[in-house]
Design a protein. Structure first.
Length: 201
């Protein structure tokens, strides 16, 4: 490997000519550019190493832009008012449903178990469960993986903040959907490794 310093040169002449032709303001000369623009000296490092050094700066810039785009969170007063409006709207809807069907009782209070059950049902349907007899199961294995990973995030973020029953429910569901995922992906892999059927003569 040569010990001579390597240069990365960015040719802006073509860009400048196109900008002047289109009537745009030309880019500033290299000496006016901020650090990192224009030709730069790279001593005893490969291009991939130079890119790795620049990556954290770029990631930080993207993170700062994302934070700047986020709207301000609602105030405590706004959250209370919205919650009251939501509850009133939900109650009106419930009253309308019961007026149409007087025999229907009040819906159950939503709990943590309902949330876990919702993820469980979604993951199993995405893995083909519930397919009617005679129909070909429709499998969304990538969607199932996302749902299972969301359950994992839920387990991680609620650790130490659940009752014994809630934790048991979550861990049991997570175990079951992961096992179903392993079985399904094993079948998919086995089918993918089988030789193609022989061609008919």
């Amino acid at each position: 490997m040569s010990d001579k310093p390597k240069f990365e040169v960015i040719d802006r002449r073509k860009m400048k000519a196109e900008e002047e032709h289109e009537g745009r303001q030309p880019a500033p000369p290299a000496e006016e550019l901020p650090t990192g623009g224009g030709p730069r000296l790279v001593v005893n490092e490969s291009k991939s190493e130079a890119r790795r050094e620049a990556a954290p700066t770029a990631a930080h810039a993207v993170g700062a832009e994302t934070e700047a785009e986020l709207p301000a969170p609602p105030t405590a007063q706004e959250s209370r008012e919205q919650k009251a409006a939501y509850d009133a709207s939900a109650q009106r809807l419930e009253d309308m449903v019961r007026a149409q069907n007087p025999a229907a009782g009040s819906p159950p209070q939503i709990s943590f178990e309902h949330l876990v059950q919702q993820f469980y049902v979604s993951a199993m349907i995405q893995m083909g469960a519930g397919t009617q007899e005679g129909q070909h199961p429709r499998v969304d294995i990538l969607g199932a993986r996302t749902t299972i990973d969301l359950l994992g995030v839920l387990a991680e973020k609620t650790r130490g903040n659940l009752t014994e029953a809630e934790d048991k429910t979550l861990q049991t569901v997570l175990f079951e959907v992961r096992m179903a995922f392993l079985e399904l992906t094993s079948m998919i892999t086995a089918q993918g490794m089988q030789p193609p059927p022989p061609k008919k003569a």
